[in-house]
Design a protein around this ligand. Structure first.
Ligand code: DX5
Ligand code: ZN
Length: 219
């Protein structure tokens, strides 16, 4: 079944406590926690200190590091309570393999992400080092954008790549996922859907999560 990852980026920060309770009560699988550093992406969001508090909630933390030099910060995010830690291929660059190993050594599940214009070939060498692959369906940096249609094919490509390599990481997508667009990515092979604005705008979050979970899956 499809897994759903509401993104805290779209929550009302004045009421984080009840916003996260809403995520837990909705039946979502993980909480997606977007970390931005003002360098890899223009914005700056939340760090390890807030994660430490948020991670006390009864839902696993899916940490998406949109930061330069992620290897420097992996251990701190692991200690703050992350279950998944995903780094960008574009940010980790030459140290990508070491970074992914550091995530696993810190006791977390390791994820790698590619931006819309990065080919999935860029991660072909690290397929054995990852538990999750995050295909960005918008440019990272802000919520509320429209899904970029050509990224859907990358989900298909990465699925094929994994099949050929005999590995089975979770395929996650992030950006512009809503009730209209979700089927495009699930049919292509996405197994975990990040939803920020669509989740927090939903009239009935539990119904929203249920509908995403029921999206048609690739065979
Ligand atoms: C964008 C973030 C996303 C963001 C998605 O850089 O990585 O996780 O919260 O927001 P929506 O679902 O509104 O596109
Ligand atoms: Zn994200």
């Amino acid at each position: 079944m499809i897994k759903v990852a509401p993104s805290m980026l779209a929550a009302d920060y004045m009421h984080l406590d009840s916003e996260i309770d809403k995520v837990v009560a909705s039946g979502a699988d993980v909480l997606h926690y977007d970390v931005m550093d003002g360098t890899f992406v223009p914005g700056i969001t939340f760090g390890q200190g807030i994660l430490k508090m948020v991670a006390k909630k009864p839902i696993p933390m899916d940490v998406h590091l949109m930061i330069a030099n992620p290897i420097k910060h992996v251990r701190e995010f692991a200690e703050a309570g992350a279950k998944y830690i995903t780094v960008h291929q574009e940010a980790a660059n030459f140290e990508l393999r070491d970074t992914l190993r550091a995530i696993r050594e810190a006791g977390c599940l390791a994820g790698v992400s590619v931006k819309p214009f990065t080919s999935v070939d860029a991660i072909a060498d690290v397929l054995n080092e990852v538990d999750l692959i995050l295909i960005m369906t918008v440019e990272p940096g802000k919520g509320g954008q429209k899904l970029i249609p050509f990224t859907v094919d990358k989900v298909r490509q990465v699925r094929e790549m994994c099949k050929k390599a005999g590995v089975n990481p979770v395929i996650e997508v992030d950006g512009g996922v809503n009730l209209e667009t979700a089927h495009l990515v699930t049919e292509a092979g996405a197994q975990m859907l990040v939803a920020g604005s669509a989740f927090f705008k939903a009239q009935d979050p539990a119904e929203f999560v249920k509908a995403l979970k029921a999206m048609p899956q690739a065979e």
